[in-house]
Design a protein around this ligand. Structure first.
Ligand code: ATP
Ligand code: MG
Length: 210
C-alpha cells in the first residue's frame, strides 16, 4: 500500500481563546500537501481565530501544533491592509521582494491582480480597501508559500476583481485554507470544507448553498 503523505500541519487537542474567553477547544485538524480547504461558520464562530492559530500569529492556550519541516506560510487577513508602505507603488513593493526579476515579469504578475499599466506605478495611498487587499494578496502569492492561509480575501472586491483573485488562486499550486462567506470563491478554489461551530471544527459534507 502507498504511504500517506506527511501532513503539512497538524493540531492535536488545541484550545484557544482570548484571556478566559475560550473560543475553540479540543481541536484536532490536519492538513495534507495540496489540500484546498474552505472554512465555514457564522460570525463570531472562531474562523479567524483558527486561521490565526494555523498561521502561528496566535498561541494555543493548550495542545500541540506541528508544522512539517520547511513549510512556508502565507497569511492574509484584513488587518494587514494597513501595513503597506503608503508612499510605494505596487511595482516598488514587488521589486523590494525580488530585485533581480525583470520589471515586465512583475508587471505581468501585478496585472493578474488588477494593477494594469499606470496602476502599478501609483502610490499605495490613497488606495481603496479593495486595492490594498489585492496588493497584499499579490505580495503573498508572489512568494509562493506552500501553505496559503486566507481570511476573507475578497471582502472588499468588486465582481471583476473577485474573478481575478479566483483565477490567481486556481493557478496557485500549494495548499490553501480559505475563510470566506463568498460561495463563488469557495466553490471555485476549494474542494473540502470544515465547519467551525460551538467551539469545534468538524468536516462539513452539506451543500454550500444552504
Ligand atoms: P466573522 O465571520 O465575523 O469574521 P469569525 O468566525 O472569524 O467571525 P473570530 O474573529 O474568530 O470569529 O472570533 C471568535 C470570537 O472571539 C468572537 O466572539 C470574538 O468576540 C472573539 N474575539 C475575536 N478576536 C478577539 C480579540 N482580539 N480579543 C478578544 N476577543 C476576540
Ligand atoms: Mg473572521
Amino acid at each position: 500500500p502507498k504511504a500517506l503523505p506527511n501532513p503539512l500541519l497538524k493540531m492535536e487537542n488545541v484550545q484557544a481563546g482570548y484571556a478566559d474567553n475560550i473560543i475553540l477547544s479540543q481541536i484536532k485538524f490536519q492538513l495534507l500537501p495540496g489540500s484546498r480547504i474552505g472554512l465555514l461558520g457564522r460570525n463570531g464562530a472562531g474562523k479567524s481565530t483558527l486561521i490565526k492559530l494555523l498561521s502561528g500569529s496566535m498561541p494555543a492556550q493548550s495542545g500541540d501544533i506541528w508544522y512539517a519541516n520547511g513549510v512556508s506560510l502565507g497569511y492574509f487577513a484584513q488587518h494587514q491592509l494597513e501595513t503597506l508602505r503608503p508612499q510605494d507603488s505596487p511595482l516598488q513593493h514587488l521589486v523590494r521582494l525580488d530585485p533581480l526579476v525583470p520589471e515586465q515579469k512583475l508587471r505581468d504578475f501585478l496585472g493578474g491582480f488588477g494593477f494594469h499599466g499606470d496602476k502599478a506605478l501609483e502610490a499605495c495611498a490613497p488606495f481603496s480597501g479593495g486595492e490594498k487587499a489585492r496588493l497584499v494578496l499579490a505580495l503573498i502569492v508572489y512568494q509562493r508559500p506552500n501553505l496559503l492561509l486566507l481570511d476573507e480575501p475578497t471582502n472588499h472586491l468588486d465582481l471583476d476583481m473577485r474573478e481575478a483573485i479566483v483565477m490567481a488562486l486556481q493557478e496557485f499550486e500549494g495548499a490553501i485554507v480559505i475563510v470566506s462567506h463568498d460561495r463563488h470563491l469557495l466553490s471555485s478554489c476549494t474542494d473540502e470544507f470544515y465547519l467551525v461551530a460551538n467551539g469545534k471544527v468538524a468536516p462539513f459534507d452539506g451543500d454550500l448553498a444552504d
